[in-house]
Write a protein that binds this ligand. Sequence first.
Ligand SMILES: Nc1ncnc2c1ncn2[C@@H]1O[C@H](COP(=O)(O)OP(=O)(O)OP(=O)(O)O)[C@@H](O)[C@H]1O
Length: 281
Amino acid sequence: MAAVVVEGLSKTFRGGKRALNDVSMSIDGGEMVALIGASGSGKSTLIRHVAGLVQGDRDACCKVTVNGRPVQCNGLLTAEARDIRREVGVIFQQFNLVTRLSVLTNVLTGVLGRIPALRGTFGIFTREERIAAMRALARVGIAEAAGQRASTLSGGQQQRAAIARAMVQGARVILADEPIASLDPASAKRVMETLSEINLNDGITVIVSLHQVEYARRYCRRTIALRDGEIAFDGPSEALTHDFLRELYGDASEELVLPDVPAKADGPRAALRPAAAFAGA
Ligand SMILES: Nc1ncnc2c1ncn2[C@@H]1O[C@H](COP(=O)(O)OP(=O)(O)OP(=O)(O)O)[C@@H](O)[C@H]1O
């Protein structure tokens, strides 16, 4: 079953900036898909629409569905949107954690959507919930930091704690918006490995926006590329060619393609086929 379906999504911000233009994509449950594109191409905006944090244009015939349930329709959030958000873990580039709280408490906030409000307000968590949070921290490799204030974690550890929180939340879909953009290469690798591990072992669908294309090639079988708010490529990551990337990123292309895994010198124009052709690839 498709985990995320976007149909005809357009977004025009106040002031007239059209950030998304008739975007359609379908992502199957259990896929790990990279979202790439130059700065301002619409990656964050697309992720925020899937998460139900932003509404599309009202005059457009658009729909966003997660796990078969509509999040928004024709520019309006559905009555189910709030419920569906509980199945979606969102990880941003930074500011994912409440830094004055412990790492464990941050991870435990993942259960807030499904426990009585009073218990959440006073931070009363059951033994089972604490065990689940510790297990998630162990899975992402930072169990020893559970008692530390979140502010003492490195950037990469903070991202892994945010992934643990999404696991405790019971998210079936993780939307990660440039989760490694401000990390050093070693930390970035660990975060990508963590996302890949839960994708492969737990079948969690992952959509991750990335600046550096090599991470897309290494960790995601499928890549969707945005250019000026439109899908310019949707297909196997290995089919991304230097020519296409140069066209996509312009002058910035050299610094965004890591040199150690060379992109194909040239490739089939078929790789540039429209999004729908590769839906579910
Ligand atoms: N709240 C907003 N109001 C007006 N314009 C916005 C708003 N949010 C985004 N935009 C514009 O929409 C376009 C797409 O922005 P978006 O942040 O989605 O791009 P991006 O591909 O994620 O970029 P980056 O890689 O730099 O994060 C940009 O031109 C941006 O300036």
